[in-house]
Design a protein around this ligand. Structure first.
Ligand code: ZN
Ligand code: ZN
Length: 359
């Protein structure tokens, strides 16, 4: 349980008595991402959907149905013993956003696993735990029980990669795709672009990301670029792509210049997808006319739509990509702080890190 910034303690919370319409998940793994680090450091803005402390973090859980009410079992099509992936968001079930399967936009009493205070009954709202309570409006989907748990937990970043590199920019076989940033989400974008049949896939990273760029190549990236201080990144990318790219996805965190690079390497009709958050930083050197002359479509994306959930799980289950190479570290719930630090500092070759109870 996260009780204040930078402080996670272990605590026992009694299991609730279930009704007909809810369930309990025995957590097998919970993937970590940059959001977990912001949450842990106390750097996330407080909102109606986000109760900072005390809460049980963990919003990318996968696990086995431990107990389930009879109505939930019928509606979700699952029974005790089934392994399921859980969508992070659930809504109120009554508003327009919920009707459009966009619970992340629901203004009502829904929530996001990992960000609900323990004071809201029954308290078990996060994946850094042995058990997770599943609200009646949860979206779950069965997932191959023979996948290693930490790999199965990749369903969430993979859904993002499919959304950002394939669906949102409508990537096709004539497109050169440049992915800025080689974190888990950048690597999942490589898979999204490959699934879209892109003509060329290029990924950038820093010198410390060399092992991630190597993995990008194994996933099918044609070229990679290590960005060195003082380098003319746009020039280098124009060289590699033979003039620029039709699709550019900016996943880099805290690096506002990448937005300028994206616009500079765009060709006529390019689609730019902005996903890496930059914090309170402005960008110098953007020429607004470039956006007009090149007829660029720029799209910011904050999360991942429901429709990518199933395709991402299919990719995982297909075993087309050796995702064991991306899931590098598993930590027990008791070692959650160590897991967060390992991810934050990319220690020990870390790429994807998950909490795996009992690891
Ligand atoms: Zn996440
Ligand atoms: Zn709603």
């Amino acid at each position: 349980m996260l009780i204040e910034p930078n402080k996670i303690v272990q605590q026992n919370i009694p299991l609730p008595v279930l009704g007909a319409d809810d369930a309990l998940l025995r957590v097998e793994a919970c993937g970590l991402c940059g959001t977990d680090i912001e949450q842990y450091r106390g750097e996330m803005p407080v909102s109606e959907r986000h109760t900072p402390f005390p809460s049980i973090p963990g919003h990318e859980p996968v696990g086995v149905i431990a107990d389930i009410g009879k109505d939930a079992a019928r509606r979700w099509g699952v029974e005790p013993g089934d392994r399921v992936a859980v969508r992070p968001f659930f809504g109120c079930g009554k508003c327009e956003a919920c009707a459009a399967w966009q619970p992340e936009r629901c203004p009502g009493r829904g929530g996001t696993y990992g960000f609900i205070g323990v004071d809201r009954a029954p308290g078990l709202w996060g994946g850094y735990a042995d058990m997770l309570y599943l609200d009646r409006l949860s979206v779950v989907r069965k997932i191959d029980p023979t996948l290693p748990a930490g790999v199965a937990a990749l369903y969430n970043p993979l859904a993002s990669g499919m959304s950002w590199a394939k669906t949102v920019p409508e990537t096709g076989p004539n497109d050169r795709v440049v992915i800025l940033g080689a974190g888990v989400r950048g690597l999942c974008c490589v898979i999204g672009a490959k699934e879209a049949g892109a003509k060329q896939v290029v990924v950038t990273g820093l010198a410390k990301d060399a092992h991630k760029l190597e993995l990008a190549r194994r996933f099918g990236a044609d070229d990679t670029l290590i960005v060195e201080p003082g380098m003319d990144v746009s020039e280098a990318l124009r060289d590699i792509t033979g003039g620029g790219a039709e699709v550019i996805i900016d996943t880099t965190p805290n690096a506002p210049d990448s937005m300028r690079h994206a616009i500079e390497i765009a060709v006529r009709g390019s689609r730019i997808v902005m996903v890496g958050l930059k914090g309170p930083r402005a960008v110098d050197g953007i020429m607004p006319d470039d956006i007009v002359h090149k007829e660029i479509v720029m799209r910011g994306v904050l999360s991942t739509p429901f429709s990518e959930f199933a395709p991402a799980i299919s990719v995982l289950e297909s075993r087309r990509y050796h995702l064991e190479d991306m899931h590098t570290h598993s930590f027990d719930v008791a070692d959650a702080e160590k897991a967060l630090r390992t991810l934050e500092d990319s220690e020990d070759g870390a790429i994807h890190v998950a909490i795996v109870p009992g690891a």
